[in-house]
Ligand binder design. Structure first.
Ligand SMILES: Cc1ncc(COP(=O)(O)O)c(C=O)c1O
Length: 451
């Protein structure tokens, strides 16, 4: 029985379900954009009231005022930062996951959901080539995934070699900002190794840094840097990590999807020897926010670091699979289920085809940029990020161009800084993006007579 206090909510549910169906089957509007809170307050009015607005009015405000002030992350021409491209199946199933309100922290509460999440993780573990000892869980994003992996790494190394052997993390300047954030939270140092001219961490650079810094307990290799989309020399770094007996964590938050793509799989060689890995299905594995797969080669090491213990948790059976024991969290939704459902429905072959299609589009855009006289391609895509410039433009020109194209809903492409200078950057994760369309826009809007 519904508690009397809420009244009969069945009509509210029907209205909300109607909105879900409408939203998922409709294309997003690329012109939607952020607005000042003062304007939103003016249009939405006061939304939290003693009597309540009722569902129809609350939904009207949401659809007419609030949603238009959010960016369409999944638009095929949103190529800024790292966009998203969830399948309709995954988005629909995300609503299902919420409707079941499963507690997926511990097996006794969420066994069925956790089983399915583990099926999806198993596909990734097979791609990694890791043994049966491997396992993990889904966390909110790459930031918490990286933090959790590095906490497990430190805990392991401290147990092996004592406190002083675990005071620093090694990575490059191009490692994601969440590594620096993790180090800050953990109160450890970051040693920045030299990178090569394209932005890779190499084996020799890792060796030189480790020689000098015995306090390093983990090396972070990027499997797809955010800025340049380059994959560090994982095999050589793995050799060095073995030699120095330090933990190798691979941050594949953006690029890890490439593991499934035969055309670029070789770039990940050596990953079979890493200790931990993350990939965000909400980036290039066609799942909605928020979803990061965090995987350890030896899941027991994660349990030793993360399991929470208290008298009120004594009843929890630790002999079974408890995702709560594997990261910095306790309560959790089964956020891996939309990814699992989409994989189960579409199959891994379609996933592989979708990733390969994105890679081909990135290569076609790179080829197209080479034919545009006003543009210079600065970085051949290793995965699906492109860096290029418009010689003659100032910082201001880049920003004005980016804002104008966003306002016109043509393409979302924001400037970045590459090797000290302002450039343009595209990141592709959406198989629906068409190279010819992107090239046409770039050609027309960067022509000398353009504002
Ligand atoms: C390589 C890399 N690592 C980590 C992250 C952080 O992921 P999240 O935003 O899901 O916390 C990102 C985000 O873009 C990333 O590209």
């Amino acid at each position: 029985m519904e508690p009397e206090v809420w009244g009969d909510e069945s009509e509210i549910v029907a209205e909300v379900v109607g909105l879900i169906a409408r939203r998922i089957t409709r294309a997003s509007d690329p012109k939607t954009t952020a607005r000042p809170a003062s304007e939103l307050a003016g249009e939405a009015g006061r939304t939290i009231t003693a009597a309540g607005l009722g569902a129809t009015e609350a939904l009207r405000i949401f659809e007419d005022v609030l949603v238009p002030a959010t960016r369409a992350q999944d638009d095929p021409y949103n190529l800024a930062y790292v966009p998203a491209a969830p399948t309709k199946a995954a988005r629909a199933f995300d609503a299902v996951v919420s409707s079941f309100n499963i507690f997926a922290g511990i097996w006794e509460a969420g066994a069925g959901a956790i089983f399915a999440e583990n099926e999806a993780l198993r596909w990734l573990i097979e791609l990694l080539g890791w043994p049966d000892s491997a396992g993990g869980c889904f966390v909110s994003g790459g930031t918490i995934g990286n933090l959790s992996a590095l906490v497990a790494a430190r805990s392991y190394v401290r147990r092996q070699r004592g406190h002083d052997a675990a005071r620093a993390i090694l990575c490059t300047f191009d490692a994601h900002s969440s590594i620096i954030a993790a180090a800050r939270v953990m109160d450890v140092e970051v040693i920045v190794a030299e990178e090569d001219e394209r932005g890779h961490l190499t084996g020799p650079a890792a060796r030189a840094a480790l020689d000098e810094h015995p306090e390093v307990f983990a090396v972070v290799a990027s499997a797809g840097t955010t800025n340049g989309g380059v994959v560090d020399d994982i095999a050589d770094i793995a050799d060095v990590c073995t030699q120095f007996d330090v933990w190798l964590h691979v941050d594949g938050a953006y690029g890890g999807a490439g593991l499934a793509a035969p055309s670029v799989r070789w770039r990940f060689d050596g990953i079979e020897r890493a200790h931990s890995f993350i990939v965000d299905p909400h980036k290039w594995l066609f799942a909605p926010y928020d979803c990061c797969a965090l995987i350890y080669r030896d899941v027991a090491l994660a349990q030793a670091a993360h399991a929470q213990h208290a008298s009120y948790l004594d009843a929890v059976n630790r002999e079974v699979w408890n995702p709560a024991d594997l990261a910095v969290h306790l309560s959790r939704r089964a956020r891996g289920l939309p990814f699992w459902f989409s994989l189960a429905v579409h199959g891994t072959d379609r996933y592989i085809a979708a990733i390969e299609q994105t890679l081909s589009t990135a290569r076609a855009i790179a080829d197209g940029i080479r034919t545009v006289p006003t543009l210079d391609l600065l970085l051949e895509p290793e995965l699906s990020v492109l860096i290029f410039e418009r010689p003659g433009w100032t910082d201001e020109d880049y920003h004005r161009w980016s804002t104008r194209l966003a306002q016109e809903g043509l393409i979302l492409c924001v400037p970045t800084v590459w090797q000290g200078r302002t450039t343009l950057r595209l990141a592709l994760v959406n198989p629906a993006t068409r190279a010819a369309h992107v090239i046409d826009i770039l050609r027309e809007t960067t022509a000398p007579d353009q504002p």
